[in-house]
Design a protein around this ligand. Sequence first.
Ligand code: ACO
Length: 388
Amino acid sequence: MPNQGAQQRHQGWSPDRADARRLALGVAQASGLDEIIAADTTLSDVDGEAGRLTIRGYGLDELAGVWSFEEVVHLLFEELFHPMPDEKLLKRALGEARVDVFARCLPSLASLARLDVYDGVRAGIALMPDGDDLECALRLLAAPGVLAPALVRLTRGQELVEPEATGSHATDVVRMLTGDSPSPALAGALDAYFVTVCDHGLNASTFASRVVASTRAGLTSAVLAGLSALKGPLHGGAPGPVIAMLDAIAAYGDAREWLRLSIARGERLMGFGHRIYRVRDPRADALKAVLRRLDARGAMRARLALAEEVEQAALDTLRALKPGRSIETNVEFYTALVLEAVGFPASAFTCVFAMSRVSGWIAHAREQRMTGRLIRPRSRYVGPIAAT
Ligand code: ACO
């Protein structure tokens, strides 16, 4: 009876004994690794008390809607790849990488399209050779932007639209999705979104990438780890459910009651709360500014008005039902509206997040490889103790 034996041995374990050993080792422990510093980085800093995001010395407000995605990628990759081309050449090389990825994946696209779009993008990226150089990095940077539009079109029964090597990444992504050259406003909205979410400290997916990079596996392996971590609804999977929530509230008619019932059922409101921010996520405001610029064209006035009403009702409800928790709007709430306005289906929202965050994963993987050690934390054993 192995279970009986395990139960008897288990009686020998006690939290006090485990804690004493942990303290003797001088090992810090925290559920969810809160407050644990696991890497030094020069890439980005999240100040959760002040609600400030810094990327390589620039505040988010200096970058979003001002710098292009390619310029910010150059900023992130600087000193991590040698030689590093100038910004213009990097933009062109990224365009050529889109063409290269499309050619490599074309024979597999029909079978990838049978998967959920996120899983299809991940499987497509797994086809890329592993490596550590800039050529490999640019292929990985290009890949989600090529694969997601192609898979969305195939599932809709539409013809594929091939990438173009010239032009900006955001413009080409929208063109591959819709088949038309986007207006500067729409391409600019996606570009500003890309800049807003490119990197964000040691979040779960970036940590996953750094762990894999610390073993000296290549960039493709590190990016696949990041992609897998991003998928979950507590991280990058929230914006799709935000659209479902807005639609459900619009149909129900009473936002406050809908939200109250949802929390009473023990559900989490998607697009609210953050492990680090105790105040409003600054990326939410950056994306709201993007929406206001689109709204100036009258394209989505009613949608934004509904979102603002729901946001206020959600914040009031969370304050009332989760007192003392500081649960504020996070980046995912307005992400959903920006990506909906650009024309992506909700099923592909997390892929669009990955199109940008892949730049952060690559930069962190390179940084870890160049300056860090193997990441190997300890676990606390709470199981049965051995008889001998
Ligand atoms: N809605 C309702 N309650 C919430 C929410 C929310 N969005 N967020 C946190 N809480 C509550 C929890 O239920 C818990 O309450 P309890 O103590 O009464 O049980 C309390 O706040 C603390 O929850 P934790 O899980 O410990 O908080 P954590 O710091 O891990 O939360 C997280 C961070 C996972 C993002 C959480 O706020 C959440 O689930 N939000 C909804 C999903 C979401 O928007 N994800 C995107 C995050 S942004 C990004 O990753 C890019």
